[in-house]
Design a protein around this ligand. Structure first.
Ligand SMILES: [Zn+2]
Length: 298
């Protein structure tokens, strides 16, 4: 059981602080709610009394209304949501969320285990991760979207991905996130890994935290050139766009998309490359048409 007060004032500096308290008398003070959960520096001593205007209260969206004010301390990439309800579906907990400010669409999350959350709790979502205050551990925690994580975990990895993550190991040892022994073990496990899930296990990371090798800049240029060729072909075409004039751009785009997806199986990879190139005809045609109109008006 935990409590949140957004109306507390720091007894030392008078600043507005937020705190979580539980019935065992533990308290933790934050300058701002949500990632990166900045702790208020004056109140590290847990025995200090903090005055509250609203008294003790259970967490509710209303309590967090102050937290919506941009203060610059919270990472705005994490969007606040309110827990609507928690159900069990197919043996997995499912959390229904609605946006804290009421605008926009709600979302549904499948998590791998029951989290210490209840209806009306406020959580923060970014991509496939959810940050929340764990009332049992009494500290901020992160959960993965289990369904998405399972999909990502199955993706195959390349030798280039392995080289990329091995290159980051030294940095993790320097940052104190990993010991030298841990690095040796991780190196062996990375070499044996075949999928992103195995790679994340080897590095003791969440699969949604894993960063595989970024696309080669050359392949991104190839994509841009292919698109420019296609737009150029449509803008030059008299009347309707000619498929033959588009062909070099189409082939180049398919090649670029193929090269940009090295973790896919060969069959789906070719299909994706071809379909993307064909779909790209539409925006390329629109751009080409716009260029043509611009030329005609001069
Ligand atoms: Zn203070």
């Amino acid at each position: 059981m935990g409590w949140i007060s957004p109306n507390a004032r720091c007894p030392l500096c008078g600043a507005s602080v937020y705190f979580y308290a539980n019935e065992q008398g533990s308290r933790v003070f934050f300058d701002e709610l949500g990632p990166p959960w900045p702790k208020h520096p004056c109140t590290d001593n847990p025995t200090r009394q903090v005055t509250t205007a609203g008294g003790r209260q259970a967490p509710s969206p209303r309590d967090f209304s102050i937290a919506q004010r941009p203060s610059g301390m919270r990472d705005r990439r994490w969007k606040p949501y309110v827990v609507k309800d928690i159900t069990i579906e197919d043996g997995q907990p499912q959390i229904t969320l609605r946006p804290l400010n009421g605008a926009g669409r709600g979302t549904s999350w499948t998590v791998s285990e029951l989290l210490p959350l209840r209806a009306h709790d406020v959580v923060f979502v970014r991509a496939d991760q959810m940050s929340y205050f764990d009332r049992d551990a009494f500290e901020p925690a992160v959960a993965e979207n289990a369904r998405r994580a399972a999909t990502i975990a199955q993706k195959l990895i390349t030798e280039r991905d392995k080289e990329h993550v091995l290159a980051t190991l030294t940095a993790r040892v320097d940052a104190g996130e990993m010991t030298l022994d841990g690095m040796t073990d991780a190196t062996v496990a990375v070499h044996a890994a075949r999928t992103r899930g195995e790679l994340a296990d080897a590095l003791k990371l969440r699969v949604t935290d894993l960063k595989v090798a970024p696309p080669r800049p050359g392949d991104l240029w190839l994509l841009a050139i292919a698109f420019a060729l296609m737009a150029g072909a449509t803008s030059a075409a008299e009347g309707g766009p000619s498929f033959l004039m588009m062909l070099p751009g189409l082939l180049l785009m398919a090649t670029a998309v193929y090269r940009l997806n090295p973790d896919m199986e060969r069959g789906p990879r070719i299909l994706l490359a071809v379909v993307t190139a064909l779909v790209a005809i539409c925006p390329a045609g629109v751009l080409g048409g716009a260029i043509q109109v611009e030329i005609l008006h001069r």
